[in-house]
Unconditional design. Structure first.
Length: 240
């Protein structure tokens, strides 16, 4: 099947961020996990990268010129240590039962000096913070009927682990990965209406002692990319 038959599972703008970052990088081996239908994998393959594809549901894979292996990020991936120069880990961590195992696994298969590209919902942007204040949760509740219906009775169809930037950074650093860039998919138009609230948060945090600002990572969590960014965080990290 051709490109027109492949549906990216990430939000608009995510793949474009990855492609832009990878465009001037040395060609090498990339693992795309979870690969979904293979939309990103096919584009990276066309750019000259050697792409391996992995997914918990390989039957959905459609990319031309590539094959897919089954792998579960809650367990051990079917690859050896330090096999890949790059790992693309998009729209994944929030779907895992064990997000810390998932991060350890993508780090394990990544070479030293290799780059991890990941994306996940931005649970710390100003809109989601406001929704949390009103609803008391970061992700929509799932009834048993919805679980059996739209999720097809499979937990990986749900946002099981809605974790924000601070825990993601902790998980990455614990697995030997250092964040080098944080960006987002596309800026949400409605964020403009919430700018006064974002400014108020920044002004309030500036009143805290410097040590407390650093302790709570306010320079990062109140940055434009996180506080006023889009629906999705896009993070690039390097393995030490």
């Amino acid at each position: 099947m051709g490109d027109r038959d492949i549906r990216p599972l990430a939000r608009d703008g995510v793949h474009e961020r990855i492609i832009a970052f990878m465009s001037d990088r040395p060609r090498g081996r990339i693992l795309d996990v979870p690969t979904g239908q293979g939309a990103l994998a096919e584009r990276l393959h066309e750019m000259g990268f050697t792409v391996s594809c992995c997914d918990i549901e390989p039957s959905q894979f459609r990319a031309n010129g590539l094959t897919v292996e089954r792998g579960d990020l809650n367990e051990r991936l079917p690859y050896g240590d330090e096999e890949f120069d790059y790992v693309c880990f998009l729209e994944a961590i929030e779907h895992t039962e064990n997000p810390y195992n998932a991060v350890r696994e993508v780090s394990r298969v990544l070479k030293r000096g290799g780059i991890l590209a990941m994306s996940t919902p931005n649970y710390l942007n100003i809109e989601r913070r406001l929704k949390f204040l009103i609803t008391g949760f970061f992700t929509k509740p799932v009834s048993h009927e919805k679980f059996l219906g739209s999720c097809k009775g499979k937990t990986y169809g749900m946002h099981l682990s809605p974790i924000g930037y601070t825990l993601i950074r902790f998980a990455l650093e614990s697995a030997g990965l250092e964040i080098i860039t944080v960006t987002y998919d596309l800026r949400k138009p409605k964020i403009i209406l919430l700018k006064p609230l974002a400014w108020s948060i920044r002004a309030y945090t500036k009143l805290w002692p410097k040590a407390k600002q650093e302790e709570y990572w306010f320079p990062e969590t109140t940055s434009d990319a996180i506080l006023e960014g889009g629906n999705t965080l896009v993070i690039f990290a390097k393995k030490a």
